[in-house]
Write a protein that binds this ligand. Structure first.
Ligand code: CP3
Length: 342
């Protein structure tokens, strides 16, 4: 049963046979079998092809024996599904040729309904059948992070246009995020209804905001997206990069698990969160390239720290870098399992 899996047990702060481990971006470019399969198929097209989605999602679970699969897709897939003109450019990321800037642009963001993404339902159903007791994590991008791609027109380090809209026209910002929360929530719901055993809401870039701005302009929209699956009983993981100042606000948005990147220790994260949350993290992905003995010591230390947390899911602080050695990931899974065995 998925509800007895180490991932779900840890997420719901119950005793586990061992610390569960999976990696953000485990399905992707660090795997030669992924690169071979993706040859000649554009990213967005791959995400809408159930044969490819199923195989790519399973590859890292088979290879590393991870405790969960992450659905192979992208945060911009639901935006493309409602008709937004965009592309995922290799080496760059999502690019929106006509960025969102005015009220008229809201017309380009209709609601997402399940009938627009039958392939997602099919891929999830097939995966759940193949994965057996291993949970599939469904995911979506959070309104702020999606808004950043739409408003900037592509990846941004400073999110200047996004913040300009947020502060310059709060009403339009609010209306945009309401639409995005519906799209994001519907994308999560389709995955859970098809059998995903947990979800993760990626607010990757929200660490760019102050607590005051997060509270005023973002939190309620992420809460709407997370609430879309609240009645379905699956654990919800809420993740962002550099969000140490926002942890308890992100938890309060409606998550069972809060993602912790490597900037804050698990112990400090638990203290900041207060009671009632499990934590996920927090190995610095850059350490994947460190000498094995250094890396192994760090992995063990994180497992030890996680034992004092109410519930701990081992992960990286952010995604697997494309040049990471996949064998190192396999060895990390072995060490986490062995060192945490109860
Ligand atoms: O293993 C997994 O995590 C599987 C699925 C997954 C992808 N994207 C596949 C992907 C997930 C969960 C995402 C989420 C995603 N996409 C996020 C949130 C996670 C995070 O990193 O914070 C963000 C910000 C995006 C937007 C995006 N899409 C970026 C920044 C990129 C990388 C661009 C590049 O080429 O460097 C993408 C493309 C993308 N999404 C790839 C993959 C495997 C690479 C595409 C390829 O193989 O050519």
């Amino acid at each position: 049963m998925i509800s007895d899996s180490p991932l779900v047990l840890a997420a719901t702060r119950q005793p586990v046979p061992h610390t569960p481990v999976w990696f953000m971006r485990q399905a992707g470019r660090s795997l030669p079998e992924y690169r071979a399969l993706r040859e000649g198929t554009a990213m967005l097209e791959a995400c809408r092809t159930p044969d490819l989605v199923t195989e790519i999602t399973l590859q890292p679970v088979r290879r590393h024996k991870a405790d969960a699969a992450i659905f192979f897709s992208d945060i911009v897939v639901p935006l493309a599904a409602v008709g937004v003109d965009l592309d995922i450019v290799p080496g760059t990321g999502p690019v929106v040729p006509a960025p969102f800037r005015t009220r008229a642009d809201l017309d380009r963001l209709p609601d997402l309904t399940a009938d627009a993404i039958p392939d997602i339902t099919e891929s999830v159903r097939r995966l759940v059948g193949e994965l057996g007791p291993t949970p599939l994590i469904g995911f979506a991008g959070a309104p702020f992070t999606l808004a950043s791609y739409l408003v900037e027109g592509g990846p941004s380090k400073t999110h200047e246009q996004t913040k300009a809209l947020m502060h310059g026209d709060p009403q339009l910002w609010n209306d945009l995020c309401e639409r995005l929360a519906q799209i994001s929530g519907a994308f999560l719901r389709v995955q859970v209804e098809a059998g995903a055993g947990a979800v993760q809401l990626f607010d990757s870039w929200v660490g760019a905001l102050s607590r005051a701005d997060y509270t005023a302009y973002v939190q309620k929209h992420s809460a709407t997206a997370l609430a879309a699956v609240a009645d379905l009983g699956v654990p919800r993981i809420h993740f962002g990069v550099g969000t140490g100042e926002l942890f308890e606000l992100m938890g309060a948005a409606g998550a069972e698990v809060v993602g912790v990147d490597y900037r804050v220790s698990l112990t400090d994260a638990v203290a900041r969160l207060g009671d009632g949350y499990a934590v996920q993290g927090n190995l610095d992905p850059a350490l994947l390239g460190a000498p094995w003995d250094v890396l192994e010591a760090r992995v063990r230390a994180i497992v030890d720290e996680g034992r004092d947390a109410p519930g701990h899911i081992f992960n990286l602080g952010h995604g697997v870098p494309p040049h990471a050695d996949p064998d190192v990931l396999t060895r990390i899974v072995e060490v986490v399992h062995e060192h945490s065995a109860r």
